[in-house]
Design a binder for this molecule. Structure first.
Ligand code: ZN
Length: 121
């Protein structure tokens, strides 16, 4: 889709709403590969020049999300990708799969989650 200011604003609003449901700090969100490349290499290490291939990327340690709007066909896909990336931030230990997809659906439907607590070793 084309990046326009209205769409960006709408997505930032949605990021706020979903971050709240997931009890996470709202991440910084960037929308262009150019913005990814403009960030320091320490932040985007390993997923920099390949960013254009993906719908979305979460840079966990930096609370940063890249949403590749230009690559995605419609708003529904963008919203799904946004929630997908936010789930990575709330459930950093969880990998992709059935449980992960269920959490995406629940979050989209309005379920709320308590803050993530790191388990002490
Ligand atoms: Zn993922």
């Amino acid at each position: 889709m084309k990046i326009d200011p209205d769409l960006k604003l709408e997505l930032l609003e949605k990021a706020g709403i979903y971050s709240n449901r997931l009890s996470i700090d709202e991440p910084k969100i960037v929308f262009k590969t150019k913005e990814v490349l403009a960030m320091s290499k320490q932040i985007t290490e390993g997923r920099r020049t390949t960013a254009y291939k993906y719908y979305g990327i979460t840079y966990l340690d930096h609370n940063l999300v890249f949403l590749n709007i230009r690559k995605m066909p419609d708003e529904k896909t963008i919203e799904n990708t946004l929630v997908h990336e936010l789930i990575h931030l709330r459930f950093p230990y969880l990998s992709h799969g059935k449980k992960f997809n269920k959490l995406i659906r629940q979050t989209l439907k309005g379920k709320r989650f308590p803050p993530y607590k790191k388990r002490k070793q």
